[in-house]
Design a protein. Structure first.
Length: 138
């Protein structure tokens, strides 16, 4: 078979294997990048939700005074919320708020700690974001 141009079956199979490896690698990178992007987005949302809760504590103090900022009135344990921070049985986030009056044995200090967890790919990511603010009652 001299003088005929074309590809042999081995060359075609080898070329398809290389193309398959390149495409498989590209798909794996795309899937991992998408997953990482979603994780970052959930974590970013968790930080925002924690900050919103700290701000609501600040507004409560401004509106009603330190007497209203207690564990019994403001604290909560794993309340399921949506991405807007409102209680929602179908929400992807869980919020825990802990209020400690007389923080560090000081009657003028009140600590508010907010911890946000979220559900990602069917599993709970605990404490994705945790913020603590100490308020001074002067």
């Amino acid at each position: 078979m001299t003088g005929k141009k074309g590809l042999t079956l081995v060359e075609v199979i080898f070329s398809l294997a290389i193309v398959g490896l390149v495409l498989g690698s590209a798909i794996a990178v795309f899937v991992q990048t998408t997953r990482s992007s979603k994780t970052i987005d959930c974590t970013y949302s968790a930080v925002g939700l924690a900050r919103m809760r700290i701000e609501s504590a600040r507004h409560l103090i401004d509106r009603s005074g330190f007497e209203e900022l207690t564990q019994a009135k403001f604290g909560e344990d794993k309340v399921r919320i949506n991405s807007d921070g409102f209680p929602d049985r179908e929400g992807d986030f869980y919020r825990t708020t802990t209020v400690v009056t007389d923080y560090d044995d000081n009657a003028y200090l009140t600590s508010v700690e907010v911890s946000i967890s979220y559900v990602f790919e069917g599993r709970l990511v605990e404490n994705a974001s945790s913020l603590k603010m100490v308020f001074v009652n002067i």
